[in-house]
Design a protein around this ligand. Sequence first.
Ligand code: UDP
Length: 322
Amino acid sequence: MPGTGEYDYLVTGGAGFIGSHLCELLLARGAGVLVLDDLSTGTLSNLDGCSGNSRFRFVVGSVLDEALTRGLVNQSRKVVHLAAAVGVENIIRQPVETIETNVKGTENVLMAARPGMTPVFIASTSEVYGKSESVPFREDGDIVLGATSRSRWSYACSKAVDEFLALAYWKDKGLPVVIGRLFNTVGPRQSGRYGMVLPRFIEQALAGRPLTVFGDGRQTRCFSLVYEIVDAIASLVDNPEAVGKVINIGSTQEISIRELAEKVRRISGSGSEITLIPYDEAYPDDFEDMRRRVPDVSLLSSLIGKVPEADIDTIIREILGR
Ligand code: UDP
């Protein structure tokens, strides 16, 4: 039976870094939350703040399991689909799993949502802009990807397919979908294990090890605090104006990776050195990095009336718990 709606939200990937913060927010707002997560990169301990709540239920399993996904979507009024392959290094190491999880998993979620017309938020990524140099990136701008022989681009490409598929479900079948392109999101509980730069720098600084800056360190990113990102996601899932749209979700405060390392060192009071590591030592040989990544957030601002604004010093302090 489609749409029995026992839970307000199904959060796929809810045991992950972003997902677990979203679950906490939704529960704090009084919602009932069902989580589907295969614990491949998420952890049960991420859900410590949720598991005692009677409005919360956790199911271990994969979005690749079509019947399971359908059953859980049917118990939910809205779906936030976050389950995906995580982190550049992880993606380069596991190219087959990346493509399958991202494409087939999203297809299963959309197929399951279609009979009951259950609203779905699809988490996409700023990676889809690829090597575009049209900074700041607008959602309607061209995407520029590298050769298919370079596995980094399989992630961007698989997420772009997710976007095409979700938009097709909206245009062709009327399924209310909202697509968010998440930029570099950071905060407490994020692991450095999958290659992400800020948790790595913090772990390195606290352990007194060198901070490993790849390339010349002049490449830039915009980091936003996870609380602001999950708040934006929660506002968008319910927003009728957002349906059928692709929306950048991120901060516009740009910082070079070298400056980031310096800030982490200063704020943490660490005596660690900063070491420049050439890309060919840092990643397998088919790696390409992007120089700048900055979102245009005017669409986000017009839809929810705010944009992520925590500054990087505040973010680093929050992660350090200071
Ligand atoms: N990076 C770095 N040192 C690390 C990990 C990453 O200098 O230990 C760099 C990486 O090459 C990239 C930037 O930091 O230029 C952001 O990397 P991350 O993997 O966090 O995110 P993404 O590349 O997806 O923006």
